[in-house]
Design a protein. Structure first.
Ligand code: F6P
Length: 328
């Protein structure tokens, strides 16, 4: 591998945390160490860059974290970094520590910050996609998505037990204010009657028709999985409208919330994070800049950050069709 001039890098986690961020951090720190690159960890994302919260990290500083959820570096959505003054302070701190490049672990907000920082000050940046939402273009999966999916599926399985016992209808909200990947896949995996996602314009009439059909076929309990960002106006309103249409239904709402962001990462997320953390450091060594490391069809690829933010992974239409065919 041809080495180029990255001697000192800084790594941070930013935006909503996701299971596997620690595994990615570990991979960055240990790969850097392997190639004799000095590595600093920055606490609380961009806030740490602004507030000069840097700490040198060696291979032992990331021991016993591959299995831990959350992020030992902490995370934040920095408002100050959105200002020119904030970014100027961040730049001055990078210069003070002699940082050549930043490894930015996070989602699209994190990458937008990295892109503007790179354009304004010329510091090299490379992104590692860490978000449970799986809404980043340039990688088949983001770090944390698989774990979140399994968490959602297990929770819905439990809800199904009580739904069946009481012949109830449950509306279960899962995370994803802009993306329906968690809803669609956890919904299919848990046998949901219907799945409402931001990418698909549903109507109450369609939902009611699905309920009617399922009633005719003898179904006595159902689960409807609702992504946070669905377009029908909020889970409680949907539940209320359903009660008005079907007064006999015994309806409950369950919001899974932040349990989906926590917990020990799955095997798939640990391996993905290890490959992408490694890929980020190697990418910098090979001269990559302002790109995101991702895995597509099991291959490490680099996608311009601009593209990763602008484009979106499409919801698989076949999966949507399958969910409808199998539900009733
Ligand atoms: O982007 C990850 C995510 O968990 C989304 O699915 C969710 O809408 C959002 O973050 C919640 O953000 P917060 O933790 O700030 O409430």
């Amino acid at each position: 591998m041809q080495k180029i001039a990255v001697k000192k890098i800084a790594v941070f986690t930013s935006g909503g945390d996701s299971p596997g961020m620690n595994a990615a951090l570990r991979a960055v720190v240990r790969t850097a160490n392997f190639y004799q690159i000095e590595c600093y960890g920055v606490r609380e994302g961009y806030n740490g860059l602004i507030n000069d919260d840097f700490a040198k990290m060696g291979p032992r500083s990331v021991r016993n974290i591959i299995n831990q959820g959350g992020t030992i570096l902490k995370s934040a959505r920095s408002l100050e970094f959105k200002t020119k003054e904030g970014r100027q302070k961040a730049y001055e701190n990078c210069v003070k520590h002699g940082i050549d490049a930043l490894v930015c672990i996070g989602g699209d907000g994190t990458f937008s910050g990295a892109k503007i920082f790179n354009e304004e000050f010329g510091i090299k940046v490379i992104g590692v996609p860490g978000t449970i939402d799986n809404d980043i273009f340039g990688t088949d999966n983001t770090i944390g998505y698989d774990t979140a999916l399994n968490t959602a599926m297990e929770a819905i399985d439990k809800i199904r037990d009580t739904a069946t016992s009481h012949s109830r209808v449950f509306f279960v909200e899962v995370m994803g204010r802009d993306a329906g990947f968690i809803a669609l896949n956890s919904g299919i995996a848990s046998g949901a009657l219907d799945i409402l996602i931001p990418e698909k314009k549903d109507s109450l009439e369609e939902l009611f028709a699905t309920f009617r059909k399922s009633g005719e076929r003898g179904k006595t309990s159902s689960i409807v999985v609702v992504a946070e960002g669905e377009q029908l106006g909020g889970i409680y309103d949907i539940a209320r409208a359903t009660k008005t249409e079907f007064p006999d239904y015994d309806i409950r709402v369950a919001i899974l919330g932040h349990i989906q962001r926590g917990g020990s990462p799955s095997c798939a997320d640990r391996v993905l994070a290890s490959r992408l953390g490694f890929g980020a450091v190697v990418g910098l060594m090979e001269g990559q800049n302002c790109v995101m490391a991702g895995m597509r069809s099991n291959k490490l690829v680099y996608t311009p950050i601009e593209e990763a933010i602008r484009k979106h992974n499409e919801i698989d239409k076949e999966l949507l069709a399958i969910s409808e065919i199998l539900a009733i």
